[in-house]
Design a protein around this ligand. Sequence first.
Ligand code: FAD
Length: 346
Amino acid sequence: MLRAAVRPLRASAFSSSSKVQQWRLASSLVFLEHKGGKLNDSSLSAVTAAKTLGDTAGIVIGSKADVDGVVGEAKKIEGLSKIYTASSDLYAHTIAEAVAPLLADFLPSKSITHLFGAHTAVGKNVFPRVGGILDTSVIADIIALESSGDIFTRPIYAGNAILKVKSSDKDKIKIVTVRTTAFDKTPIGSGDAPVEEVAEISSDSPTKYVSEELTVSSRPDLSSASRVVSGGRGLKSLENFNTVLDPLADALGAAVGASRAAVDSGYADNSLQVGQTGKVVAPELYVAVGISGAIQHLAGMKESKMIVAINKDADAPIFQVADVGLVADLFEAVPELANKVQAAKA
Ligand SMILES: Cc1cc2nc3c(=O)[nH]c(=O)nc-3n(C[C@H](O)[C@H](O)[C@H](O)COP(=O)(O)OP(=O)(O)OC[C@H]3O[C@@H](n4cnc5c(N)ncnc54)[C@H](O)[C@@H]3O)c2cc1C
């Protein structure tokens, strides 16, 4: 059981206004994801969200080699009071069935009130298991939170409605995943948090890591790229998708994305899908080529800072969210644009 999740402040130090009475000393832990010995940037957004509530520590879980590789970087994250590490072969590849019991055991032992993590594939796998073990709801995909620590904002219906939820799980640990595009990333820089090791706990899970196949690309990572060129069904074939979009993406130094229709038609790899059932991106520049702008696609890109749409249909819904719209045949407009960007760089 969680001890004293709500702790009153000392009367001598603060007035007794109702706002102050509601204030609580939260102690948050951020699950710091990593891959290939590198900290995952998305966790830095979760750190920013967690710090809204006050004292924040981080935890790195993985094989010994992974933890040793990442902990130096994790210590430098600004504003973290401590880095906990748990290393064991059991935790290699972040198998949720092994990691979740460790977190569920650890959180109450340190009187932690909130567990934060990024709303990534790993977060979506691990956090519901932690919630299940601790018998508490997961508050998923938040885009804002209040300093009281029990009120969170999250999008629903593919981002068409914004819901403010108040957790009624009093005295229970809040298990929260964070939409990474909604929070700035806490810098890795001048921090120097002390490190404390956490003992492994055994798991009788039958789940074992076998292998993984990763899509290798020399382009920027779609989830964190500052520029994205996305293609839709309007490209009409796999060959067109590559020959039309690649020169523009190269000229802009952009990642390539795709609509679900383009993925389902075999024009693009599944890992490139942007939208409700794909990746959520918010780059500085998002160029939508031959994409109609269905709400499920908009759910993954409408927070982009500058949206450019190229579509031959002037009534396509994508133009309702576009900052710059070009009604044109993409097979003429995109090569011309790529040439002009390239020429401007020369
Ligand atoms: C539960 C659910 C989840 C979904 N999740 C996602 C998701 O994550 N991501 C997603 O993208 N979709 C998702 N969808 C599908 C979504 O509803 C749309 O079907 C899809 O986004 C359409 O993709 P599109 O815009 O490429 O294709 P279309 O809607 O067919 O649009 C093609 C566009 O290309 C234009 N075009 C054609 N030829 C040219 C040309 N020569 N020059 C210029 N323009 C041209 C057309 O005018 C048209 O606007 C989901 C649907 C459901 C039901």
